[in-house]
Design a protein around this ligand. Sequence first.
Ligand code: HEM
Length: 408
Amino acid sequence: MSTMERPALGVLADPATLPDPYPALAALREASPFAEFDGKLVVTGRHADCSAVLRHHNASSRRNQSLLAAGAGRRARERPSFLSLDPPDHTRLRRLVSKAFTPRMIARLEPRIRAVTSELLAGAASAGELELVGQLAYPLPVRIISEMLGVPIEDHPRFAGWSARLAHSLQPGFGLDSDAAASRAEAAQVASDEFAEYFRGLIAARRARPAADLLSDLIRAEDNGEMLTEDELIATCVLLLVAGHETTVGLISNTILALLRHPDQLALIRNNPDLAADAIEETLRYDAPVQMTARVARGGMPVGDIDAPDGALVLLLLAAAGRDPEVFPDPDRFDLRRGATGHLAFAAGPHFCLGAPLARLEATTAVRAFATRLTRPELDGDSLAYKPNVNLRGPRRLVVRFGAVTAG
Ligand code: HEM
């Protein structure tokens, strides 16, 4: 343990910390692991601890009674997606959905991802300026996951708001007073109910008339003769839609922001576009879109040199682990040539992100097009504003000026 003073966890929710949480995360990692609330909460930002907990057989993802779920709303907790389930339900549901997300299935989407990227860039070409989040990083993953699921494009504006409110509720309530926590829970509750009602309608339509989309596949899905129940179907659709809305947008924006701040590295991709994939891996380590997750210690579990007691919540600061000097030398340096393998940005173990191949492909396609097709891109530093979310990290707004968009 170092002599660096440990900040309170609440500092992560301080608006002044949002633009650069990494000094605070480094101090929390240095002090890790540590316990709070009489041992009911154990926190670690060390890579080795996070990796071990994510793979530990006593690590439960049923966080529904935990601090982390406090804002999620009652019915959302009663209707958990498989993100928050343990075996055997987790194994059964994940297996059904994973058929659509294998690297081979995702690779088939590449031409469509390229076409949507081109269309979005063309939309900004004449203005000479691009609001990166609203015009590229957000609409690309939203269009792709909606098309995969079979959600009509005209419905997008309706569920964008529900998705943001649910994402907001999926973060720990650091620093919230009880009124703020209650109003966040209420907003999430309404969003969850509206989402469920929307999908009930869509599921009925697809039952009557199946289409070539993931929703119809899931309705038909049989795994050892077991179908998904209607509630499981809805929870799965909401999970995919929220994951598809709120995470990859951060990866695309955080990567492009890092490249604009390191023009030498942007130039490397311009000269060798295949390096876009390396920039994505480096950003996952350096500025993770999902900053933390948690597990419940069932029957107790070691977290480094602490024994988390039965029922304790173990908070894993994944973004701190990405800058652990024990694993990544000179960790605060953004260097796409370092070959950053072993980061935990997509977690590890049984809940390893199912959407990782899709997120990687979308982000690589967008960053490659950005680096090779925009001439003289320049960051408008004053425009940069972050989402007020301590877990799902990324800019809310980011303006880039450029000379022209060249043909792809
Ligand atoms: C850069 C983008 C993304 C990041 C950083 C990310 C990160 C993560 C992380 C850390 C987890 C594990 C959470 C935990 O177990 O506590 C996870 C799980 C998951 N992610 Fe992603 N994700 C991304 C994109 C996506 C996309 C695009 C989809 C699908 C459309 C997706 C679908 C899922 C699903 C279904 C799970 C649950 C897996 C399970 O519980 O077995 N993710 N993701």
